[in-house]
Design a protein around this ligand. Sequence first.
Ligand code: PMP
Length: 434
Amino acid sequence: MRRYDKSIALYERTKRHLAGGVSSNVRYASTPVPLFFARGEGARLYDVDGNVHIDYVLGNGPAILGHAPRPVIEAVARTLADGQVYAAQHPRETELAERLCGLLPGAEVVRFATSGTEAVLMAMRLARAFTGRDKILKFEGHYHGWSDQAYISARPSLNEAGPADEPVPVAGSPGIPASVLQDVVVAGWNDLAALEAAFERHPGQIAAVIMEPVMVNGGAVVAEAGYLAGVRDLCRAKGALFICDEVITGFRVGLRGAQGRFGVTADLAIYAKAVAAGFPLAMVGGRRDVMDTLLDKGVMHGGTYNGNVQSMAAAIAALDELERDDGAVYRDLERRGTRLMQGLAALAAKHRLPMRVQGLPAIFQVFFGGGPALRNYREADACDRDAVLAFQRALQEEGVRINPAGKWFLSTAHDDAIIEDTLAAADRSMATLR
Ligand code: PMP
């Protein structure tokens, strides 16, 4: 058994003065306690007890180039002595905005923010101001940050959530006022008829439909063929904006995100995480007429750290890496991730475990049990979470770190040898599961 004595002692000490011992609630789920790390490099993390982890959590997405990617940290290091925040513009913002608009589907204009949560708030406010409507439609199981307006039915208790074809919006946390729920409409994802029915129930009131274009937070589900385009068309017909939350999929499922991969363009899109390869940066990009409401209608958006020097430098350097060799980075991610997904599925068959592997090569999830297909949150949620946790713990003992929900994020630092080491570790881990 691996030992975590130092992490356990640090956690006990930390809890005394850092609420809950963590800085983000999602970190509670780690075992035996939220672990403490000393260092990360490439595909590996080193914890304070000296355990080495091949890391497939990658900060829950940002570290697309692995931990401490040399070109990025060197570019950032060169800026450190220039200062951090000016409360004014600087030329790196211009350069990054130009490059992103040249690259991302539908991004005529971008605006920078610091976290995905805030960028989602900006997009929703823009949609409301542009359309003059108040309601936002979101999908069950889709996570768009922890704000009052977004953390609704993100992880619904199915007891309170009502029927699948007309879900009741469920506040995801104490402290979210009931009044907020009035302006949120919830629908089941991957079901055009359900979306159409939701529009019918709120005629002329829905400002925007927001979704994760690949539902990652609710279970690594790729939309059925035609669904994304169908949503876009329905939004257009109903006078609502289509917002893609590409916080996870952006710069991960392809250089141009899920929209590029699946050939659908939203009115607004949100990017964060991988865009700056580990530095804090988020952004909204989209239609000029919608983005222009920031200036024309005085839609408020602020943020002390927005466009800070280091995040801009990091994103520019990350883009240089991700755009290298005409997509070679993404071809490699695709090939290695496919090998990993197929290898895990084959091992599960060998060990007679009812495990399935679902998603895309750069972000996938393992599930135990469940029905024949997992097309939406309710189907994904019906799987056996305890079995996933048991697998996650067994993997941790073998030096492989995955997200406790069973998600695997891949980086360019996970080379072929690391993938094979991972599969060998998974083989040993599965042998302990019965
Ligand atoms: N949207 C999605 C799809 C996300 O996965 C996340 C974070 N996991 C967010 C929004 C919120 O981003 P942040 O944590 O940077 O606030």
